[in-house]
Design a protein around this ligand. Structure first.
Ligand SMILES: Nc1ncnc2c1ncn2[C@@H]1O[C@H](COP(=O)(O)OP(=O)(O)OP(=O)(O)O)[C@@H](O)[C@H]1O
Length: 570
């Protein structure tokens, strides 16, 4: 049934079935009515044939025939209604499963530590969800349309003549074994065909990409000959693969239908009164019709297993991605501000950084700097739960790793390297669906000057494509500040901003957030002298001092600081 709730235990397939129990009951009932009702076809065909025979012998009338025909139409109509209900139910069931899987998958992916390529992971995972849902739909359909109906047909056959049933059904496993043997040949032919197709497209790409080189070096003729050879190979192999594949079903059907010869012979004897059992014409016709329908169904039985197999492969890929849901209805903006003291105590991140110890108090700005790739950004990402660490990090004495997701969110605001702007207006990018007023933050980040002739309701283009790098950075900063929590982590917020604007914005930040704890990661150190302390990352560790002391003690820091100034003078 349609649900907007995230399912608990999303990594167990039964979870999705459990959520759909009412729908499954409807599918089961309508599926049983439809598939058992399928027996009505052969039964009425037999009765009609018998009735016709009886009319010729004056044992029945055309009126009887009419009644029988009407009854037949009525029963078939009922069966078809059940079929429609079942089909609708199965579709709905598969759609619901697809929706639940997508919701849970999306939820676990957005709460996952940053993946290297989340986009392609999500694309592949969604494709797998589709295969899974389709597999479940096909399995449910085939379970009734093939599984249940086959059992019903076999029961019907056994009821009429069990010896003849065994005899004629013997051909089905033989057909299956032969088809299975053929399958290996078909698989080999298909593999050769796919290989040939891939060789051909590789050669085609090579001809297109390197045509100039081949022409300049006079190798075109040689390439033409090789291409012709690959083309002929492709034609031969594709014809072979198609021929084998196409012959599989007719061969299966031909062997399975040999059972019909048995029915004609032994069933005929039953009608003549010299067989194992006494039959009238109706029994003979019903038995034959039932058998032909069963033979056709058995040739589809493999579908049931194929559907499951395919879905299983996809499920195995997405299962590890399905994590327990995290409900997103938490509103961090509603949590009142509390001044926070942040302490790092002998924190290490693998071999990248060791023994980082410092304390940042409310109202302080800590400048974090270091050489390229020294781990500045990774350090900031610890506090958004993206990076594992050893040692201890406390917020007002509470261990960071013991906080719930929501507690972490309510303490920390983070602005990373990538502005991650949405393709909406200036205002919407800042507000993010909340009631916060955008204008003060545009002023705070000096964006209001840029917006003199524009409206804040104007779109910023695809992910901010209509803004300069500096404007993108300041808009991202405005958004972070509009949702400022106790600790602000700003990773290179002024990378694309000129010095004057940087000075102005920093002054505004100090004024607006006097009690916040701010970690400012930067390559540019103009303002570091005014910061409370500096954390300088070098040689896989960090030194924490005031700017003045750092200048005296760390030559590397001194060079960075002087380099920053010189760079600015240019
Ligand atoms: N979780 C992690 N554990 C260990 N190393 C990591 C982790 N994540 C990234 N790294 C590596 O750490 C190195 C430092 O990355 P980081 O982005 O923190 O550098 P940075 O000091 O911010 O550099 P830049 O000045 O270029 O911005 C990179 O080589 C990166 O591949």
């Amino acid at each position: 049934m349609k649900t907007n709730k995230l399912l608990k235990h999303p990594n167990q397939i039964r979870t999705y079935f459990k959520a759909e129990i009412p729908l499954l009951i409807i599918v089961t009932i309508s599926g049983l009515i439809y598939n058992i009702g399928m027996l009505a076809g052969p039964y009425f065909e037999g009765q009609l044939a018998q009735c016709l025979y009886d009319i010729t012998r004056n044992k029945a009338t055309w009126h009887d025939m009419w009644i029988l025909a009407l009854l037949y139409v009525f029963v078939i109509a009922l069966v078809q209604i059940a079929r429609a209900i079942k089909r609708f139910g199965v579709r709905r069931f598969a759609n619901d499963i697809s929706r639940s899987m997508r919701r849970n998958l999306y939820n676990s992916l957005v709460h996952r530590p940053q993946e290297t390529d989340l986009g392609s992971l999500l694309t592949n995972a969604i494709a797998d969800v589709d295969v899974c849902a389709e597999g479940i739909r096909k399995f449910t359909t085939e379970l009734f349309d093939t599984g249940v109906v086959m059992i019903a047909y076999v029961c019907m056959l056994l009821h009429y003549d069990w010896k003849l049933t065994i005899l004629c059904c013997l051909f089905t496993p033989i057909a299956y074994l032969v088809a299975n043997q053929m399958k290996n040949v078909v698989t080999l032919a298909n593999a050769a065909y796919k290989q040939s197709a891939s060789d051909l497209s590789r050669m085609t790409m090579d001809r297109i990409e390197n045509s100039l080189t081949y022409r300049v070096y006079g190798r075109e003729q040689n390439r033409d000959a090789a291409y012709e050879k690959a083309l002929s190979d492709y034609e031969r192999k594709s014809a072979k693969a198609n021929l084998f594949e196409g012959s599989l079903t007719p061969l299966y059907d031909a062997i399975a239908m040999l059972g019909a010869v048995m029915i004609l012979y032994f069933g005929g004897k039953n009608v003549m009164g010299t067989g194992w059992i006494r039959w009238n014409l109706a029994a003979f016709t019903t038995f034959l019709a039932c058998f032909t329908k069963l033979a056709v169904k058995t040739s589809h039985a493999a579908k049931l297993f194929n559907a499951v197999q395919k879905a299983e492969v996809s499920w195995k890929r997405i299962q590890p991605l399905m994590e327990e849901p995290i409900e997103d209805d938490f509103q961090a903006d509603e949590v009142p501000f509390t001044p926070v003291t942040l302490s790092f105590d002998h924190v290490s991140i693998g071999s990248l950084l060791q023994d980082i110890t410092f304390t940042a108090k409310p109202g302080e700005i800590i400048g974090i700097t270091g050489e390229v790739a020294s781990g500045k950004s990774v350090l900031g990402k610890i506090l958004i739960g993206e990076v594992d660490y050893a040692g201890s990090i406390t917020l007002n004495g509470k261990e960071f790793r013991d906080l719930s997701e929501n507690e972490k969110i309510s303490y920390i605001s983070y602005m990373g390297h990538d502005p991650q702007l949405l393709s909406v207006s200036f205002a919407d990018n800042i507000q993010l669906g909340t009631n916060v007023s955008a204008q003060p933050y545009l002023e705070l980040t000096d964006l209001d000057t840029d917006l003199k002739n524009r409206s804040i309701a104007e779109s910023i283009g695809d992910a901010g494509s209509m803004l300069s790098g500096g404007q993108q950075a300041r808009l991202a900063l405005a958004r972070t500040l509009a949702h400022a929590r106790s600790i602000l982590i700003l990773d290179d917020p002024f990378a694309a901003v000129d010095k004057n604007t940087e000075t102005k914005v920093l002054k505004n930040i100090r004024k607006t957030f006097p009690e916040h704890t701010i970690l400012l990661i930067s390559h540019r150190l103009y303002h570091f002298p005014s910061f409370s302390h500096v954390l300088y990352l070098h040689d896989h560790t960090g030194t924490f001092l005031t700017h003045a002391d750092m200048l005296k003690q760390e030559v590397g820091y001194k060079k960075l600081f002087e380099g920053s100034d010189r760079h600015d003078e240019k």
